[in-house]
Design a protein around this ligand. Structure first.
Ligand code: ZN
Length: 291
């Protein structure tokens, strides 16, 4: 508890008030931490992985990300729900709700809702899903309309029980959320349904969107950034390649990454290579710069 503070009141006397206890964990050294920073970790034991990285936030997959498997109940559900660590769930990579391929789009739509329900069971703050794409020769407008149908389907089923955070992607010519002109069209469709946005710095750089002032340009479209994926990139600007690097090791100026994180003022997850040591160093790097 923070001890009561003496504050002056209007009639000249003083009153004792007890400020609410902040729901913000103290970092070693006792300084209050305002920005929540963490990592994408393996799914078997996310809480221990968070502890090993001194993470306030974890993100993980509920299933093999290269499968259409249905999420299963977890033994650590109560531990995760009652933990002070914030949780985000990442949907499988195979999900593509935008595609015209029925054999991908329909399972994707259903699986997105199944993952959202499983994420809600864990008390997750959101479910991250890539913006998806349509095939060559197909109008991207079809992809946007398929996003509209995804939210309509979920609404018919009772709605998504956690925020759906659509993430920008690095590659492809017909991607719904690679370039900001496409994102603007997508948001006309999904914004009114309450979609959230996850900004990945590696994907923006590799996807051809300069990071300088990017948060302002994104927020002009979406009105929000709910989560930042802070990653450096092994590849050049506009390469279309999605290969993450540790924050001080890629082609993006690390200080530009810090500037994006600061401007977004949202929780941060590093999806960088390596184990607890490497990711822990990336988290520490951000805390050090943002402190
Ligand atoms: Zn990402």
């Amino acid at each position: 508890m923070i001890p009561g503070l003496l504050i002056p009141v209007n009639d000249g006397r003083t009153a004792t008030v007890t400020p609410p206890t902040p729901h913000i964990p103290a970092i070693p050294g006792g300084i209050l931490r305002l920005m929540r920073i963490g990592a994408h970790v393996d799914r078997p034991d996310p809480l221990n992985a968070a502890a090993a990285r001194h993470a306030d936030v974890v993100q993980f997959f509920l299933t093999d990300p290269q499968s259409f498997a249905t999420p299963q109940p977890r033994d650590d559900t109560e531990a995760i729900r009652s933990s002070s660590v914030d949780v985000f769930i990442h949907a499988p990579y195979l999900i593509n709700v935008a595609t015209t391929n029925n054999r991908i789009r329909i399972p994707s739509r259903k699986l997105l809702l199944a993952h959202a329900r499983a994420a809600a069971d864990l008390g997750a703050a959101g479910l991250i899903v890539h913006g998806g794409h349509v095939g060559a020769g197909t109008s991207i407008e079809v992809g946007f309309d398929n996003w509209r149908k995804t939210f309509a389907y979920a609404a018919d089923e009772g709605g998504f029980p956690v925020p759906i955070l659509i993430e920008n992607t690095a590659g492809g010519d017909n991607a719904c959320a690679r370039r900001l002109d496409a994102l603007a069209r997508l948001w006309e469709v999904v914004g009114p349904s309450g979609a959230g946005f996850c900004l990945d710095t590696c994907h923006a750089h590799a996807g051809g969107e300069p990071l300088l002032d990017l948060v302002d340009r994104v927020k002009a479209i979406t009105g929000r950034v709910d989560l930042v994926h802070a990653n450096n990139s092994r590849d050049p600007f506009d390469s279309g390649r999605d290969r993450h690097a540790n924050l001080d090791k890629g082609q993006i100026d690390p200080e530009l990454l810090v500037a994006v994180v600061r401007a977004a003022n949202a929780p941060v997850v590093v999806e960088t290579p390596g184990g607890a040591d490497e990711q822990g160093a990336d988290i520490a790097f951000l805390r050090d710069r943002l402190g």
